[in-house]
Design a binder for this molecule. Structure first.
Ligand code: FE2
Length: 412
């Protein structure tokens, strides 16, 4: 038998050394010493072979726009939202497509092969949605792009917000979004959560809300989201992004809330780079960390996946598409420095977001043949060094490669 591709001698994240044989875009075998012929062989001897990196929370309609028309001087979420309001009146569909494709190419070079992007549907011109639907078509076959109908200015607060969500879903956007903490009142926020879940049940879709992205401990829309998930039988199809208010909540309340989230099988998507820079802005000292309770959610059996959220946009001036940067920051902010916790952080940018997005990625027979060869030996080295992605394979095809830089330091 001749395979399309064999990745030889790599070290899997669990430490086993194995060859990976690929045919017709699928993994045919994962075992040591495969001797069959292949059209192409990648020598990964002694190198970490991982699942691709997956970013399950991003904003592709805003990416790489930093400085247009101005920068976010206060660094707050609210100034970011108002700046985005200025930018979305200026940018054309072509601008959005061009920036998004540039970003996708950069991210692919870093081994990112699937992205869930929120797309602002409250732009009355609808050009954000049209642009990202076009991008989804262009990158299809190399990268998976899931789109979330995100009413940035509110389900109820934006004029026609709900109607625009429906319009986006009818146009082919995949998932129902929302931003309950940005509605005018807590009651409107709860009503927006209820409306999103009802719509998901009616249409058979997933839900992913920007939920409680605030330092206000009384922002408790996640409770409503979990309860509505149960009421509509949406277990396993719902995610709460950010959940930063949980950082500041009363511990007793959280001891009741986390089991509810687990019961409802609502996934949590913290965004460490953004949460650590946008939250705590109104604090003097001590300044809160502003990331949700990752170790406690994991301990309760909740699916947690780290997202990147932003790269060079109205909310964040940095970012490179490297999910190892995201995991590195998440590990620090969550104080997850025990060896098993660091190892878990690697899963939160590979395996866990694949689960959230429902993707058949895995280093096992029958899974999609998407993987990354890194210039290191273990997941912990990957987190420490964020090394070159030597080879990026998407559905059996080599889509990116990097030659690592050689450092020559003079001897002492
Ligand atoms: Fe976001």
């Amino acid at each position: 038998m001749t395979f399309d591709l064999i990745v030889k001698g790599g070290l899997l994240p669990d430490g086993r050394q194995a060859d990976i044989a690929i045919i017709s875009g699928q993994i045919a075998a994962v075992e040591p010493g495969i001797t069959a012929e292949a059209a192409r062989v990648i020598d990964a001897t002694g190198k970490l072979v991982s699942l691709p990196f997956i970013d399950c929370h991003f904003h592709m309609d805003a990416t790489l726009s930093y400085g247009t028309p101005r920068v976010n001087a206060s660094g707050t979420l609210l100034e970011g939202i108002s700046l985005w309001g200025e930018l979305k009146r200026l940018q054309t569909r072509e601008d959005i497509v061009a920036r998004a494709l540039t970003y996708c190419q950069q991210a692919m070079g870093k081994g990112v092969l699937a992205i869930r992007s929120h797309v602002d549907v409250t732009d009355p011109t609808f050009r954000t949605v049209e642009a990202l639907l076009e991008v989804r078509d262009i990158i299809k076959g190399k990268m998976d792009l899931q789109l979330v109908a995100f009413p940035q200015d509110g389900w109820f607060r934006a004029p026609g917000g709900e109607a625009q969500v429906i319009r986006a879903l009818d146009a082919g956007v995949d998932i129902i979004g929302g931003i309950p903490h940005f509605e005018r009142t807590m009651a409107d926020g709860a009503a927006a959560v209820q409306a999103a879940c009802r719509m998901a049940a009616e249409r058979g879709l997933m839900v992913d809300l920007h939920c409680d992205e605030t330092d206000d401990p009384l922002s408790r829309h996640i409770e409503t989201l979990a309860a509505e998930t149960l009421a509509h039988g949406l277990q396993g199809r719902v995610a709460g992004s950010h959940l930063t208010s949980m950082h500041s909540m009363d511990n007793y309340y959280v001891s009741k809330l986390i089991p509810l989230i687990a019961e409802a099988q609502v996934a949590a998507i913290p965004n460490p780079l953004i949460n650590i820079t946008l939250q705590g802005r109104a604090d003097t000292y001590p300044k809160r960390r502003g990331m949700t309770r990752v170790p406690e959610l994991l301990a309760a059996g909740v699916t947690v996946a780290f997202g990147q959220d932003c790269v060079m946009d109205p909310w964040y001036p940095l970012g490179s598409g490297d999910m190892l940067d995201v995991a590195h920051m998440g590990l620090h902010v969550a104080l997850m420095t025990a060896p098993d916790q660091m190892r878990r952080c690697f899963d939160l940018v590979t395996e866990a977001p694949a689960r959230v997005m429902g993707l058949n990625f895995g280093l096992r027979k029958g899974a999609r043949a998407s993987l990354v060869v890194l210039d290191c030996a273990t997941p912990l080295e990957a987190l420490r060094l964020r090394p070159a992605r030597l080879a990026v394979v998407s559905d059996g095809a080599l889509v990116a490669s990097t030659t690592p830089a050689k450092v020559s330091a003079h001897p002492f």
